[in-house]
Design a protein around this ligand. Sequence first.
Ligand SMILES: N[C@@H](CCC(=O)N[C@@H](CS)C(=O)NCC(=O)O)C(=O)O
Length: 228
Amino acid sequence: MTEVPWSGRPADRTLPVLYSFRRCPYAMRARLALASSRQRCSLREVVLRDKPAEMIAVSPKATVPVLHLPDGQVLEQSLDIMRWALARHDPEQWLSPEIGTLADMEALIADCDGDFKHHLDRYKYAPRYGPETDPLHHRRAAELFLTRLETRLSQHPQLFGARPHLADFAVFPFIRQFANTDREWFDTQPLPRLQDWLAGHLNSDLFQGVMIKVPTWSPGDVEPTFPG
Ligand SMILES: N[C@@H](CCC(=O)N[C@@H](CS)C(=O)NCC(=O)O)C(=O)O
């Protein structure tokens, strides 16, 4: 975690500032945790091709989400934002799995963010990775993770028990992205529990609430409060 003092800000700033991009799965997971834990923020919606200088000044690696806290601390990893929010308030007990441990959840999330994300990117954006990149090869490789989730979900409705926890919320935005790459193909795969699980999350009030559209932020704009 880095620390960047506020510059040119009113001394009475009390809310953290969240730099977010509505359709980014990392930003989605951060917003889900902030909403569940009811941590109010000032929301600055950015466009990735034209990131605000204010965001790059606090987080030069320039990925979303970024959370700049009133004390100057900067959280620039989506999972760190989830952990920070839930450590303050975890009313739905996302950090307390019914089955397995927090470390088991973290391991599953690491596999999502590592190997699965690697193949998801090459399936969805194959041309970006060069002409030799075969999207279907990467779709097949990514299916191993989907099958793993299907097996877990055949044992209980959510990944770590009857109710959703950190891992469900950290992972489903990426399964959404995978499914949307070729929805017709995804819907016809023998993954009934995964399809139901994804649909349940996409239709939830929590997800609908964090996907509300807000205008792109420019300096001087009034910042909407999130969660609204
Ligand atoms: N490890 C970071 C990854 C965040 C990330 O890669 N976000 C993407 C958007 S989905 C991004 O900002 N990419 C920079 C860009 O496209 O310019 C996290 O967990 O927050």
